[in-house]
Ligand binder design. Structure first.
Ligand code: GDP
Length: 197
């Protein structure tokens, strides 16, 4: 399926620009620089469907990509969070946009919360997970850049993250461990996304 049509639809800086909720959506979120664009590119087998490392000011929008011909579902690239220098106003705007999207979007079938393997869960991730718990949107936790750390460290961060995930009502109990660079865990995650959609 992913080898078929994958196309950028639109970028919504505000909720009034959201596309009609006609097909299921799977959303991707995570801290800035977590590897979200790389993962979207790896999943779709495209070199640059999502721009990697856009400048922080340009990331306050929801980007929609359509998959399938006719469209079967959409991938939604949510604005990255936790950028250290973001002004309070920008953070507040992000929270408002994201919360309202999560709360009101009936076609949103699942969210993927990306977490850098090297860093594990941070407070901004916990805040995101709590927001998803509260809005009752199920999510999978995806460890990214797994090639960057030793196997023993990876096993440890996977275990610690899984234990914490189990305390969150909307979190899927099974973690995904991935590397967009090495292709690790990508096929499995692609299958999970298809299942969720
Ligand atoms: P985004 O800001 O979350 O969209 O993150 P990007 O996809 O732009 O990735 C941020 C940086 O991490 C870039 O320099 C990527 O090349 C790098 N990166 C992303 N995924 C991986 C990965 O799986 N392995 C390694 N080694 N680097 C990665």
């Amino acid at each position: 399926l992913f080898s078929g049509r994958v196309e950028f639809l639109l970028s919504a800086p505000q909720l009034k620009f959201l596309p009609e909720p006609t097909v299921p959506e799977i959303a991707f979120c995570g801290r800035s620089n977590v590897g979200k664009s790389s993962l979207l590119n790896a999943l779709t087998g495209r070199r640059a469907i999502a721009r990697t490392s856009v400048t922080p000011g340009r990331t306050q929008e929801l980007n929609f990509f359509e998959v399938g011909e006719p469209t079967l579902f959409r991938l939604v690239d949510m604005p990255g969070y936790g950028f250290a220098k973001a002004p309070v106003k920008v953070v507040e705007r992000w929270r408002q946009l994201v919360r309202t999207y999560l709360k009101g979007r009936q076609v949103l079938h699942r969210t993927l919360v990306l977490v850098d393997s090297r860093h594990g869960l941070k407070d901004v991730d916990r805040e995101m997970m709590t927001m998803l718990d509260e809005t009752a949107v199920g999510y999978r936790i995806v460890l990214t850049k797994a090639d960057k750390i030793k196997a023993s460290e990876l096993a440890k961060v996977t275990e610690v993250t899984a234990v914490e995930a189990r305390k969150h009502p909307a979190a899927h109990p099974v973690l995904h461990v991935t590397s967009s660079e090495k292709g690790m865990g990508i096929a499995e995650l692609r299958a999970a996304v298809l299942e969720d959609a």
